[in-house]
Ligand binder design. Structure first.
Ligand SMILES: Nc1ncnc2c1ncn2[C@@H]1O[C@H](COP(=O)(O)OP(=O)(O)OP(=O)(O)O)[C@@H](O)[C@H]1O
Ligand SMILES: Nc1ccn([C@H]2C[C@H](O)[C@@H](COP(=O)(O)O)O2)c(=O)n1
Length: 247
């Protein structure tokens, strides 16, 4: 398992007032952990927040998707817990931690687009609910966060609670069911029926939440409801939390 990342400055100084990083201590270690349900905007918002903070970015959902694709492609039965756990241990997985370069490879093969295919989306909960596979991916995620340099934004379902409970900033990004369904529908260009959208967003969350709690904020986690915010307002709201909590 490996990753690349955005280089960060090692100078410890405060950015100038005109800079978008004004108020942030550059060079100080910063882990921003963001969890939330499907369609809440975790990936897109976290990636943009990472760019603005000149931080690395880790999409942990992509790792669950990669293991799922690997199982499907290798003929591994997703209902066989021990086989799925072994696949999570054995997979040669690379994920980019640059917010400007989305790249996932398995044994050197580019699977960046393939892990987003509907077949993977509808099967991924089987990996996410296999506890042995989770333990292995959590181990890898912690290593990626530790190796990312000074600052990283990591997002998923259990980052604030399990992967990085000591993160300087912990946020639960939520949105109403209606907003999440609308956003996912728009993202997929109106190609999905109401029933398909519900399966991809609501039903998947129901399965995933049997093993991890991303519906309610744990102690010390800031809840940010983006239902009535647009994308830019949500990014600004996350940066405000970072400024308040980590300054
Ligand atoms: N505040 C917002 N207002 C409107 N649209 C948003 C907002 N935040 C994100 N979006 C859009 O909603 C869509 C879904 O966002 P995104 O893929 O980041 O969600 P997610 O929480 O990572 O979902 P999943 O966990 O299922 O991958 C994207 O097209 C994104 O640009
Ligand atoms: N930390 C995480 C990240 C993701 N998952 C699961 C839940 C999802 O069904 C799947 C794919 O995530 P997505 O790309 O849709 O964000 O992975 C998890 O259990 N824990």
């Amino acid at each position: 398992m490996s990753a690349d990342s955005t280089p960060t400055t090692d100078a410890t100084r405060t950015a100038g007032a005109a800079s978008p990083y004004a108020g942030f201590r550059l060079g100080k270690s910063l882990v921003v952990a963001i969890d939330g349900p499907s369609g809440s905007g975790k990936s897109s918002v976290s990636r943009e927040v990472a760019r603005r903070l000149r931080a690395a970015y880790l999409d942990t959902g992509a790792m669950y998707r990669a293991v799922t694709l690997h199982c499907i492609a290798s003929g591994i039965d997703l209902q066989e817990g021990s086989a799925v756990e072994a696949a999570a241990r054995d997979i040669e997985l690379f994920i980019s931690t640059s917010p400007d370069r989305e790249s996932v490879t398995i044994s050197g093969d580019d699977v960046t687009a393939a892990i987003r295919e509907p077949e993977v989306s509808s099967a991924v909960s089987a990996v996410a609910t296999t506890m042995g596979a989770r333990a292995e991916l959590i181990r890898r995620q912690r290593a990626l966060i530790a190796g990312a340099g000074h600052r990283i934004v990591a997002e998923g379902r259990d980052i604030t609670t399990v992967v990085a409970p000591d993160a300087e900033v912990r946020i639960l990004l939520t949105a109403s069911e209606e907003a999440r369904l609308r956003r996912r529908g728009d993202q997929l260009g109106g190609t999905q029926s109401e029933v398909q959208l519900k399966q991809q967003v609501i039903d998947r969350d129901a399965k995933d939440s049997t093993v991890v709690n991303f519906r309610q904020a744990a102690d010390g986690v800031v809840t940010l409801d983006s239902s009535d915010l647009d994308f830019e307002q949500t990014v600004s709201a996350v940066l405000d939390v970072v400024r308040t909590v980590a300054h």
